[in-house]
Design a protein around this ligand. Structure first.
Ligand code: UD1
Length: 421
């Protein structure tokens, strides 16, 4: 199994191009199921999760082609559905596979999707996806580990108040409602930029979605969706991760293609540590200023609050900050699995329930560590970049799910990082 070796302690300096947002690309790829015409996507990131979604869509009848010579240009075309079943083997690998549920029921009146089951960062149920579809008139049965949703006469627009803010449920229901009869009003919606991007793509396909980015989304169902061309937004989590790579090493990284306006509260929190983040003509620049950053408290919240997907990286940065930082995770239980690994590198962290008190130390020390999920893995990369000596990160397949070209991008800024097969 591959591992990553990092010799830390170097100040990173250079330029990185940010990839497109994985979490925008995944639901947008699933919209191809809603139309018989081709969906032309620009800027699709080259990631394992994208390949998993591509494989699932192909199984369902989507023809996937790549435009020659244009990296990231993908055309998805589903003239006819070949299957309405998303099998266990694919769903278990990537929870976002559940995003095909809404589009399949909307187009075919039927879907069988394996339950994603538990996952490393908590139980992550799909009850809101299901009760939302029921509100739109689908009948839901659970059978043999599969959700079987049926709506033989098609879905019917309805009002639905989500009990908890859920990114995936908001997306699934928006896609389902696009082809429902009449109007759907979704309340207590997630407001992430990726949801705004999904709405933009749906609207380019002829859907009538209003209010994405607010807590109330109104969708007037249409009979059919057409093909469209859509460019995916930059990845704010990848951007934040590289900004923190500059922060933790006291370096300076220019991040081309980044959009700081997508950061929400994280922009202010990162700046308060002393990390300078400024918009440039081509994106943004993150400058750690060569000095030690200060401890800052954060609490994860749905957007525009501090993203849970930046929590582990922020914790790594706080491990070497001057002073203490209280980090509270409110979105997922069990999302502190990076803590014992950071301990192995000399971090001083005390966890109490959903909060972690990080007391900054002068320096981390390289150690063999093990990655447990995508963001935890990259937090260990950041820690390794700042640590004295060599850090060996095992189970790096998690990183490949969400970070395109990670080693190459970091090496371009002077990092000593390599992958060993
Ligand atoms: C998405 C992101 C993930 C990010 C998360 C929160 C994608 C592909 N993934 O995941 O990277 O960490 O948003 O920003 O975009 N919940 C329920 N019932 C449901 C659905 C969710 O109780 O039916 C709970 C979850 O367990 C969790 C919270 O709601 O505690 C938020 O989860 P959700 O926003 O749905 O996350 P995902 O869409 O899975």
């Amino acid at each position: 199994m591959d591992k990553i070796l990092i010799t830390g302690g170097r100040r990173l300096e250079g330029r990185i191009s940010v990839s497109a947002a994985k979490n925008a690309a995944l639901p947008i790829m699933a919209t191809a199921l809603l139309s018989a015409e081709p969906l032309d996507l620009e800027n699709v990131p080259d990631l394992a999760d994208i390949s998993s979604m591509r494989r699932l869509l192909q199984l369902l009848g989507v023809e996937v082609t790549h435009k020659a010579g244009e990296a990231g240009h993908m055309v998805l075309h589903c003239p006819e559905l070949l299957s309405t079943t998303a099998p266990y083997d694919l769903v278990r690998r990537m929870r976002a596979s559940v995003l095909v549920l809404g589009p399949l029921v909307a187009r075919a009146g039927e879907a069988r999707v394996s339950l994603p089951g538990g996952c490393a960062i908590g139980t992550r149920p799909v009850d809101i996806h299901l009760s939302g579809l029921e509100a739109l008139g689908a009948k839901i049965e659970l059978d043999g580990g599969y959700v079987h949703a049926t709506a033989p006469g098609g879905l019917q627009g309805a009002e639905y108040l989500m009990p908890t803010v859920s990114v995936g449920a908001t997306e699934n229901l928006m896609m389902a409602a696009a082809l429902a009869r009449g109007q759907t009003v979704l309340m207590n919606c997630a407001r992430e930029p990726e949801i705004v991007d999904l709405a933009a793509c749906l609207n380019a396909m002829g859907a009538k979605v209003k209010g994405a980015g607010s807590e109330r989304i109104v969708i007037d169902g249409v009979e059919a969706l057409r093909g469209a061309l859509h460019r995916i937004i930059p990845d704010r989590i990848e951007t934040g991760t590289y900004a923190m790579a500059a922060g933790i090493t006291g370096g300076r990284i220019e991040i081309d293609g980044a959009d700081p306006s997508l950061f929400g509260e994280a922009l202010d929190k990162l700046r308060r540590t002393g990390l300078a983040l400024d918009a440039t003509e081509t994106g943004m620049v993150a400058d750690g200023g060569g000095a030690r950053l200060s401890g800052v408290d954060v609490m994860t919240q749905p957007y525009p609050g501090f993203a849970t997907d930046l929590q582990a990286q922020f914790m790594a940065m706080m491990c070497v900050a001057d002073g203490a930082a209280m980090i509270t995770e409110t979105i997922f239980e069990n999302r502190f699995m990076h803590v014992p690994e950071l301990h192995r590198m000399g971090a001083r962290i005390t966890v109490q329930g959903s909060s972690a008190l990080v007391r900054g130390v002068e320096r981390l020390k390289g150690a063999p560590v093990m990655a447990t999920d995508l963001r935890a893995s990259v937090s260990l990369v950041l820690a390794g970049l700042a640590a004295e000596g060599t850090t060996e990160i095992n189970r790096v397949y998690h990183l490949d799910r969400g970070y395109a070209d990670l080693e190459r991008k970091l090496r371009a800024c002077g990092a000593q990082i390599e992958r060993q097969a």
